[in-house]
Design a protein. Structure first.
Length: 228
């Protein structure tokens, strides 16, 4: 669990048992880092405003411009056939291309998608592989976001990820949780025990408040690869 909590708000599920969604393995004892805390604040903030420069975020080593999506299967480089290029949740009308998000080699902080876009953390687990794959969505100040309806997801919904080769992977939503910005349970987001293929969809939610640093909460959808 990330210790730092430099933003206010109430964690939706505070008891210890709620930190481990049903069906997930117990948290691993991994080195504690602040990389995910930084990512949460950028997801919560609006890139076009000075709010991004509070809390030390001015030191970020990358550009805030959107990453380039690799969604042309006809020109896929060898070894990238299984890269995800789109994600959809048909019941909610969600269907978007995915950018490949890199991780800074020095800080270990993942890149974030452009405003109103989504991307997968390419330095981590690919959707469909054993472990936890992570897809991020980024909201604009007005609330525009490819994952704007994600809060209406519920257990049993199907999430379809399409790879560069045209293969489709179906994940089933297990649970949906909200956490105060800065309090994402890192031990349940990254890595995994490699016992199953899991997916995390993450975006910001709540009412935008620039004076308080942006959106107050992060929404996380926990899903597992379907065995059917």
């Amino acid at each position: 669990m990330i210790k730092r909590n430099v933003r206010g708000g109430v964690l939706v599920k505070r008891d210890d048992s709620a930190d481990v969604p049903d069906g997930d393995e117990a948290p691993e004892k991994a080195p504690r880092r602040n990389s995910w805390t930084k990512v949460q604040f950028v997801l919560a903030a609006l890139a076009a405003t000075p709010v991004l420069f509070i809390g030390g975020l001015h030191a970020w080593p990358w550009s805030d411009s959107p990453a380039a999506a690799n969604n042309n299967a006809a020109t896929v480089a060898p070894g990238h056939e299984n890269d995800p290029v789109s994600v959809s949740l048909a019941r909610l009308g969600i269907n978007t291309t995915l950018d490949a998000l890199t991780t800074d080699s020095v800080t270990g902080v993942p890149q974030v998608p452009g405003l109103g876009r989504a991307g997968w953390i390419s330095s981590g687990v690919k959707p469909g592989d054993l472990g936890r794959a992570v897809i991020l969505g980024r909201r604009s100040q007005s609330g525009e976001d490819v994952f704007a309806k994600l809060g209406k997801a519920h257990a049993g919904d199907q999430i379809v990820v399409t790879t560069a080769s045209g293969k489709t992977l179906t994940f089933v939503v297990r649970s949906v949780h909200q956490y105060a910005t800065g309090q994402l349970p890192q031990s349940l987001i990254e890595g995994g025990s490699k016992q199953s293929a899991q997916l995390r969809l993450i975006t910001s939610t709540g009412t935008y408040n620039q004076a308080k640093g942006g959106f107050p909460r992060n929404l996380v959808v926990f899903a597992d690869l379907s065995s059917n």
